[in-house]
Design a binder for this molecule. Structure first.
Ligand code: GLN
Length: 502
């Protein structure tokens, strides 16, 4: 197997055994980027020198640990080359959010997740493409270019973390960070054949994540398998005083629920004995791709074969998730994006005649069509006279959606459903029709509205050879049980071992 095809945990093993070095691994991935990124277009910005520098330092630390007999103490991400979605601030590195308005913004500080990954001595390869301000489901809303799906270059990788997902799937990094406001980690994971985790709201610090919709945003992880996504989550999770919504709950060892692999307990049909899996009828709707429905149903049968008890249930207010999300997210976005006025951050028109002209034309040029649409929607929903009818009402219905989940999790441990209604669609297919684009996230939005956690895991392929994702949702701070279910499923199947031919 080539180095760029390794999972994080496989690479870690090789690093500890001295069978490869971080420098070699990083160089292999950089070579891969050079070979395929002109087609995939996952990266907005690459930092090869800094990456090789990080790699060399990691190699020195590994050598020292070897001399001192404490290899087992090394962090599982040491020396591992990673990609970061370009909505997360890395000090001294351009952070554009896929927008012209932040074209020349270089953050003077580091996001908490980046600090944590640096402490783990991971290697940073660069920043990945995203829909502008993470608004979209295909990366086509990036102000710079569209990322292509490594499984079929004529198709989208999903979004908004499409650059991160495509880079992992194409072997252009070993793992990546994304952000998920309404599905932007899980949906691209599904469309690119990866595992993507949207952690519980408050599990991961948002400090240094450029805000889109603050009550929904959460940084998540993308990996080739459950173990990799869990390792990344373990590294970035935890309380942070700089994010007032981060929750002070101890971070469990997310590898613990994955232990059955290779341990004394033999792999058998009882791996999920006692686990109650809910299947919500509202998530199997007319209009979804039949192959997606079949693959997800087969995956649910597989969970049952592993000993899980399948319980049909109803999440009554599911149909309101889309309208509620598209009031709350734009409302919060319109407030968050007011700061981009050409004075404090990024781009400013060079020839403004006065302040008003500067504001107007800076924003006119700096923001793309989708961002402007959301700002207008949000401003409207928040304006006097409409606030009660739209924003307030949306917040009330959000509570009902959350309550549905609270009640469901009294009955079941996790909920299984599709991640996205279709596999990867063609580039250009939905750009003219925002509503069609919004529908891509119909199955993922509720998790963000309820503040709970969810994951997408590969569960099959359609006739065109495109990956399909199974979504497993868990209660707040229920990542461990979600990981346990996903890992058992992964061991019983081999979908996650396939790689696109590029
Ligand atoms: N596609 C959804 C939107 O456009 C979700 C995006 C996200 O999760 N960042 O808002």
């Amino acid at each position: 197997m080539k180095l760029h095809e390794l999972t994080i945990h496989e690479a870690h093993r090789l690093l500890l055994r001295g069978e490869t070095s971080s420098a070699e691994l990083t160089q292999a991935v950089l070579d891969r980027i050079l070979a395929v990124d002109n087609q995939v277009k996952a990266y907005l910005c690459l930092m090869p020198e800094a990456a090789l520098d990080d790699a060399q330092k990691a190699d020195e630390a590994i050598a020292e640990a070897r001399r001192e007999g404490r290899l087992h103490e090394l962090h599982p991400l040491i020396g591992i080359p990673l990609a970061i979605k370009d909505v997360i601030c890395v000090q001294g590195v351009p952070t554009t959010c896929g927008s012209h308005i932040l074209e020349n913004f270089i953050p003077p500080f580091e996001a908490t997740v980046i600090e944590k990954l640096r402490a783990a001595q991971a290697v940073f390869l660069g920043k990945t493409n995203t829909d502008e301000f993470a608004m979209g489901s295909s990366t086509e809303n990036s102000a710079y270019f569209t990322t292509h799906n490594p499984w079929d270059l004529t198709r989208v990788p999903g979004g908004s973390s499409g650059g991160s997902a495509a880079s992992v799937a194409a072997g252009e990094c070993l793992g990546a960070l994304g952000s998920d406001t309404g599905g932007s980690v899980r949906q691209p994971a599904s469309l690119c054949g990866l595992v993507g985790i949207k952690p519980t709201y408050g599990r991961v610090s948002r400090y240094g994540l450029v805000a889109f919709a603050s009550s929904l945003d959460q940084i998540g992880t993308l990996g080739k398998d459950v173990t990799d996504a869990a390792l990344l989550l373990g590294a970035i999770a935890g309380y942070d005083w700089r994010d007032s919504t981060s929750v002070n709950v101890a971070v469990p060892d997310y590898r613990a629920p994955l232990r059955p692999e290779g341990s004394s307990r033999p792999f058998g049909s009882d791996l999920l004995q006692g686990l109650r899996v809910g299947v919500p009828q509202e998530y199997f709707v007319e209009g979804m791709q039949p192959e997606v429905e079949q693959a997800v149903q087969a995956a649910i049968e597989q969970l049952a074969a592993l000993g899980a008890e399948i319980i049909e249930l109803s999440l009554l207010h599911t149909e309101y998730a889309l309208p509620v999300y598209y009031l709350i997210a734009p409302a919060e976005a319109s407030a968050n994006l007011a700061r981009y006025d050409g004075v404090k951050y990024g781009y400013r028109v060079p020839d403004a005649v006065d302040l008003d002209d500067a504001y107007r034309r800076t924003r006119q040029f700096g923001f793309g069509a989708e961002v402007k649409r959301r700002i207008m929607l949000g401003t409207y929903a928040l304006s006097a006279g409409y606030y009660d009818a739209y924003y307030l009402r949306a917040r009330q219905v959000r509570t009902l959606i959350k309550r549905d989940f609270d009640e469901a999790f009294e009955q079941v441990d996790v909920i299984a459903a599709p991640t996205a209604p279709t596999t990867a669609f063609r580039i250009g297919e939905k750009v003219e029709d925002p509503l069609q684009m919004y529908l891509s996230d119909i199955f993922t939005l509720s998790v963000n509205l309820a503040g709970i956690c969810g994951l997408s895991i590969p569960c099959g392929f359609d006739e065109a050879g495109l990956p399909i994702g199974l979504q497993i949702m868990g209660p707040a701070f229920g990542e461990e049980v979600v990981l346990r279910a996903a890992h058992a499923y992964e061991q019983a199947t081999d979908w996650h071992t396939r790689r696109p031919e590029l």
